[in-house]
Ligand binder design. Structure first.
Ligand code: ATP
Length: 225
């Protein structure tokens, strides 16, 4: 599903030498990439989410393939139905133009021109999955950090992506809610034949839910298990 071979991203006005990534994973399931603050996790997560070149200006070298498409070939909009990225700051990912959680989760699927029945089904499933049903009619702007984070994850799931990238997406959740979501995501990935890629600083509690893991350090990925 994701292949990076001698893949380098050279940002415009780079302040440090480019990292060289080697990464390949083609099975459904959950994997993780761990790295310290500033190790380049978010940049790699964005590259895997197809943000180059729309939101990552610069040059790329080497081979980078996402779901069979070379990185940079499809626009972000074209990729949104198959690849979703959830980032650390949930408030930045709300659309800002909806008045309820239900509308917020519907926002992506509505742009796919699905039937009303299919959209409602996806909303229901995503809200149940993330335990957001009680928030359904709340205004997104009134939610807590943890609630917003779960709504943003629900919005990504409602797109039924083949690659779901979660960049420190559990940072505002309780340990209990994190474990609940990890268990469900592990099962979801198998059922949907999808790949979940976690980007986190610490292996615990994430490592035990992953089929494979890597450490991002000094601009290179090395296998952790
Ligand atoms: N491939 C790269 N080549 C050159 N610079 C990079 C590359 N990847 C990241 N950087 C730069 O390194 C810095 C840290 O990157 P990034 O924000 O991706 O790290 P992070 O691990 O997500 O950090 P944090 O955990 O603090 O959020 C940024 O200034 C980014 O532009």
């Amino acid at each position: 599903m994701v292949t990076l071979e001698q893949f380098r991203y050279l940002p415009t006005h780079a302040v440090r030498p480019p990292a060289c990534y080697n990464f390949h994973y083609a099975e459904p399931g959950m994997v993780a990439i761990f790295g310290d603050n500033g190790s380049g996790k978010s940049t790699l997560a964005q590259l895997m989410a197809g943000w180059y070149p729309d939101f990552l200006p610069g040059e790329i070298e080497g081979t980078g393939i996402l779901l069979g498409n070379p990185i940079g070939q499809l626009s972000l909009v074209e990729q949104s139905s198959t690849i979703q990225l959830v980032q650390q700051s949930p408030y930045l990912q709300l659309s800002g133009c909806t008045f309820s959680v239900e509308e917020e989760v519907a926002f992506g699927p509505e742009n796919l021109c699905l039937t009303e029945t299919e959209i409602m089904k996806r909303i229901d499933e995503a809200l149940t999955f993330t335990e957001c049903q009680p928030l359904r009619f709340r205004h997104p702007g009134t939610l807590s950090g943890g609630e917003t984070q779960r709504v943003v994850i629900a919005s990504a799931l409602a797109m039924q992506p083949k690659i779901l990238i979660l960049d420190e997406a559990f940072s505002r959740l309780t340990a209990q809610a994190t474990v609940m979501l990890l268990e469900r995501l592990q099962q979801w990935a198998q059922e949907q034949h999808a790949l979940v890629v976690l980007f986190e600083r610490n292996p615990s509690p994430f490592l035990r839910y992953c089929q494979q893991a890597w450490q991002l350090r000094d601009g290179a990925l090395s296998p952790l298990c």
